[in-house]
Design a protein around this ligand. Structure first.
Ligand SMILES: *Cc1c(COP(=O)(O)O)cnc(C)c1O
Length: 378
């Protein structure tokens, strides 16, 4: 089994390279920290920590239900959305059944599938790094009987490419599945970890389809825009029968007390989300300008990060940057051996990271051959 490779923690690089200052732009975290309202809520509940958390997540689910206008029976919480997707795979797939995704899609689905002895099927990306929805549908229809695919994962926007599914294409995809006779045996999971950062008017959250399509599941996380990655909490929206099964399978105390109260407070902090969005959008524009100047191609991103082509062996660039105290994210495991992913940090962090990158690029020659992958060269 190939485990998930997380971004390197700051403390590890400080120890290993004896550096004081380390800039981490490797895990798409919010550089502004948690919302001040969330921090206050956490402080207010520290004295409750001798008690077990509310296993029903009652208050927070009610709050989310009002916010999203979705009944409470259709919402559940997990220890990060990665716990939810892991449990979904265990619920839906018998060993030997499988999940389907695009190449270049977020890698956690495949890791969870492997650990549940489920199969992972993948369809190639289009040359412009977009998901090939027609290809995914056709693969499913052609192999449905033999492969027993139970879940289709669509991260929207996707990490690490930052690309999104246009509304029209997504709608017709969902309609096609809605017409299937055995549609109840298959769920389409829209993982919307970066939904708050999308600017493209072509985008629509699948929360909108909740009432139209029975086999659509939506994942949300509070790790990215809400700045609460360290607390581990994410949400699932889906049909009541599946949510019910999920709640039986998950551990009763999977979401701790501080996470429950912090998210409720953070959801009220609209100013904080606005500031986070602005920071990301300005940062992305800065990255686009700088990478254009460096002559390095980027994929326009709808997340808080961007994937760029170093035109070199990216592993070498990554290592040289670590020695300078800058942590970016290699994406060779996604089939992109010449690319790296960088997330937007504070203005100063972005500047320092790019100036380190410029120095490093001078020392590492370009590869002659275009290594440019489309996610198909594993
Ligand atoms: C970061 C990320 C997640 C995981 O979020 P957690 O809630 O922290 O587990 C899920 N999906 C995608 C696409 C992500 O990039």
């Amino acid at each position: 089994m190939v485990p998930y490779v997380p971004g390197k923690p700051i403390s590890e690089i400080q120890r290993e390279y004896k550096l004081e200052r380390v800039i981490k732009l490797a895990s798409n975290e919010n550089p502004l920290g948690p919302s001040p309202l969330a921090i206050q809520a956490i402080k207010d509940h520290l004295h409750d920590l001798h008690r077990y958390p509310d296993p029903t997540h009652f208050e927070l689910i009610k709050f989310l239900s009002d916010l999203w206008q979705i009944p409470v029976d259709n919402i559940a919480l997990g220890n990060g959305s990665d716990e939810i997707l892991d449990i979904l795979i265990r619920i839906c797939c018998e060993p030997g059944q499988g999940i389907l995704q695009s190449r270049g899609a977020f890698s956690a689905y495949g890791v969870s599938a492997q650990s549940a002895r489920a199969k992972l099927y993948e369809v190639n990306l289009l040359p412009n790094y977009q998901f090939d929805l027609d290809g995914i549908r056709d693969f499913f229809l052609k192999n449905a009987g033999s492969h027993q695919i139970r879940l289709i994962f669509l991260p929207n926007p996707n990490n690490p490419t930052g690309s999104l599914l246009p509304q029209k294409a997504l709608e017709s995809f969902l309609q096609d599945f809605d017409k299937l006779a055995n549609k109840d045996d298959i769920y389409i999971v829209l993982d919307e970890a970066y939904t708050e950062f999308v600017r493209d008017p072509e985008y629509v959250s699948a929360l909108k389809y909740f009432h139209n399509f029975k086999n659509v599941l939506v994942l949300r996380t509070f790790s990215k825009a809400y700045g609460l990655a360290g607390l581990r909490i994410g949400a699932l929206v889906g049909p009541a029968d599946l949510v019910n099964i999920y709640n039986r399978v998950r551990k009763p105390f999977n979401v701790n007390t501080l996470a429950q109260v912090a998210v409720k407070a953070a959801l009220r902090d609209e100013d904080f989300i606005k500031a986070s969005q602005l920071l990301v959008w300005n940062g992305l524009e800065y990255f686009y300008r700088e990478f254009a100047e460096m002559g390095l191609p980027v994929i326009r991103s709808q997340g808080n990060f961007v994937m760029f082509d170093t035109k070199r062996e990216a592993a070498k660039v990554y290592q040289a940057l670590l020695r300078k105290g800058v942590i970016l994210r290699p994406v060779a495991n996604y089939g992109f051996p010449s690319h790296l992913r960088i997330n937007v940090g504070l203005e100063e962090e972005n500047k320092l990271a790019l100036s380190a990158l410029k120095e490093v690029l001078q020392q590492i020659p370009k590869t002659k051959k275009d290594m440019n992958g489309n996610g198909s060269n594993y």
